[in-house]
Design a protein around this ligand. Structure first.
Ligand SMILES: C[S@@+](CC[C@H](N)C(=O)[O-])C[C@H]1O[C@@H](n2cnc3c(N)ncnc32)[C@H](O)[C@@H]1O
Length: 326
């Protein structure tokens, strides 16, 4: 499953838009590659051999890195890509963008900690389940530091914060956790772990380190992730949550993979369930959220964090920043 690609965008526009909106400040390598490709009809023709949903930049670049592409400039990458295209194509065809970013827990935590405890948490689009363990990581919000009950974690999440962030003074108590995903990844599979690493952008060594550390934590207590489509599987999973818990359904960077029709159906479904709903997605992804923003999104690369459909904060896509709207 791939993010829904704007049908009005051709491949060159897709890569140009990535170079101009998503990569700047985050990955000079990917910015240069995407910009180079956007103006290179021969490479566009190669990428256009893929079915439309597989042409997305993150997938093609991760496939290239899984096939061994180094973090070079565009001319060298182009030579390498032409010579290695068959391998890159096969990897893109057999894999999906399932980036699993434990850092996003830093965005979810203030909302989780403020709900009546204990919680039963259900993540939609859980990938390998690294965001199912918000209580196993350490956090630093400004001067406030929070650790799991058994002491400091090997994963420390330290987002830049602004605005009246309701910084938690204690960890949420999670009585039960489960995820669902169309294609769960397995933290004990070397192949799945290698793919998760390939999905991390080249310059993001800190994210790669965090990924490895989070995988070690999750390996000790692997999550239950049900293989199902969210629309068909969520209701049954919610029904399994233990009584006397606050049930929370949440998702980050997942609804972008649904069609517009399925996003609306999902929003309707989750509103009908006896749960709290936390979404952390792009501005245009969750139906109704954009219309309720009291101030415009300061940067199109930011996510909007919402609780029960009401926007509360803007968040860096990997959980690196959190700006509470107030
Ligand atoms: C980019 S990953 C995000 C993983 C995780 N939420 C995070 O923030 O790190 C998106 C995940 O959503 C899953 N997904 C996409 N469409 C889905 C659907 N209709 N039902 C269930 N899972 C879906 C994909 O398989 C993928 O693992």
């Amino acid at each position: 499953m791939e993010p829904v690609i704007d049908p009005g965008m051709d491949t060159a526009e897709l890569y140009r838009s990535f170079a101009m909106i998503e990569a700047p400040g985050l990955s000079p390598t990917y910015e240069a590659w995407a910009l180079g490709i956007a103006g290179d009809p021969e490479i566009i023709a190669l990428i256009d051999q893929l079915p439309a949903p597989k042409r997305q930049v993150n997938l093609v670049f991760a496939a290239a890195r899984a096939a061994g592409a180094g973090a070079s400039g565009y001319p060298e990458f182009r030579r390498w890509l032409v010579a290695t295209w068959d391998r890159v194509r096969d990897i893109a065809l057999s894999h999906a963008t399932q980036t699993n970013e434990a850092g996003r827990c830093a965005v979810l935590l203030p909302l989780l900690a403020a709900l009546p405890q204990p919680l039963a948490i259900i993540e939609v689009g859980a990938s390998a389940g690294l965001c199912l363990y918000p209580d196993r990581y350490s956090y630093r919000y400004g001067d406030t530091v929070l650790h799991p009950d058994d002491g400091p974690s090997t994963v420390l999440l330290s987002p830049r914060i602004a605005g009246p962030v309701p910084v938690p003074d204690r960890m949420p108590r999670i009585a039960w956790r489960a995820g669902l995903d169309l294609n769960p990844l397995d933290v004990s599979s070397e192949a799945d772990v290698a793919w998760l690493e390939a999905l991390v952008w080249p310059e993001h060594d800190d994210r790669r380190e965090r990924l490895r550390a989070a995988i070690e934590i999750v390996r000790k207590d692997p999550p239950r992730i049900v293989r199902t489509d969210a629309l068909s599987g969520l209701r049954a999973l919610v029904a399994e949550a233990p009584k006397d818990t606050t049930v929370v359904v949440y998702h980050s960077a997942a609804l972008a993979y649904f069609t517009a029709k399925d996003r609306s159906a999902f929003a309707e479904l989750v509103r009908d369930l006896p749960v709290h709903w936390i979404s952390n997605e792009g501005e245009l992804v969750v139906p109704g959220v954009r219309e309720k923003l009291p101030v415009p999104l300061p940067d199109p690369a930011l996510f909007v964090l919402a609780q029960d459909g009401e926007p509360v904060a803007f968040a860096g896509g990997h959980g690196q920043s959190l700006y509470w709207i107030g």
